[in-house]
Ligand binder design. Structure first.
Ligand code: GLP
Length: 256
């Protein structure tokens, strides 16, 4: 481990300085699931109080960079999963990352569409929809809870098909001939609720990403899903283009 020291005269709080040191250590030297030095070692090495060390570690745990195992210590977390911005399934995303996708049916029913579901799927209030709540895992680690609604008309008989460790999109395509060709998605920050927290292995009040997706087949909305993704396991990355103001663009073109 490189010895970088804490600058007591810096305006940057000591716990933030230690956080930076630990981040460098995580990125440069430690593989995921590696044990980081104990609080006591960090106290001795950097001449900090136990409280300061704990605060730096707590922040990194909350950010999803480290995780604790009771009685064992604190470990480096896996890199976060890039949330895909394409119409792909959870199963495809995990396989593409070399992880084993999993799915557990938590609830399955046929319900009357609520206002929100009816609007999203272009149905009338009370029209029959398949409602399903699934826990999604990657290499057995909980990643997301997905609440999906599909018009019964689109997939009659889906209620008899287990979705445990199966891909909904694949079943829609192979059993019901529904080929999704378009989607739209809204992503916003949220706080995990009391029901989802234990299923996702999160403390109450942890950050999550709430993803609402509508997917279409031949112009018709066929799926509405509200997914709760672990905030400590997902991140979003987008490329940014520069748009030239119209005048600058025109002048540029004239010069050519
Ligand atoms: C993603 C989407 C969900 C979709 C799911 C289907 O996770 N956010 O809206 O229902 O993929 O995944 P699978 O086909 O693996 O069940």
């Amino acid at each position: 481990m490189k010895t970088v020291s804490i600058n007591p005269r810096s305006s940057v709080p000591k716990y933030s300085q230690l956080r930076e040191i630990l981040l460098d250590l995580i990125e440069a030297e430690l593989a995921y699931d590696a044990l980081i030095p104990s609080e006591r070692e960090l106290v001795d090495r950097y001449g900090l109080s136990r409280m300061t060390v704990r605060q730096a570690i707590n922040n990194l745990v909350a950010e999803g960079r480290l995780y604790r195992v009771a009685g064992k210590g604190t470990f480096v977390a896996r890199p976060k999963v890039e949330m895909p911005l394409r119409l792909t399934s959870f199963t495809e995303d995990m396989i593409a990352r070399g992880q084993r996708p999993g799915s557990r049916d938590l609830e399955r029913s046929i319900d009357g569409a609520s206002g929100q579901v009816a609007r999203a799927l272009g149905l009338n209030l009370g029209d029959a929809v398949h409602a399903m709540v699934r826990l999604r895992t990657a290499d057995l680690v909980p990643m997301a809870i997905e609440r999906s609604y599909i018009p019964v008309q689109v997939a009659p008989g889906l209620e008899d098909v287990t979705l445990t460790d199966r891909s909904l999109y694949e079943i829609l395509a192979t059993r019901f001939g529904v080929a999704l060709d378009h989607g739209e998605q809204t992503i916003e920050a949220g706080i995990v609720d009391a029901e989802d927290a234990p299923l996702l292995g999160l403390r109450p009040g942890s950050a999550v990403l709430l993803v609402e997706r509508r997917s279409f087949a031949q112009g018709r909305p066929v799926e509405f899903t509200i997914s709760t993704y672990r905030g400590d396991r997902y991140q979003l990355h987008v490329g940014l283009d520069v748009t030239l103001p119209p005048l600058a663009g025109a002048l540029g073109a004239m010069r050519v």
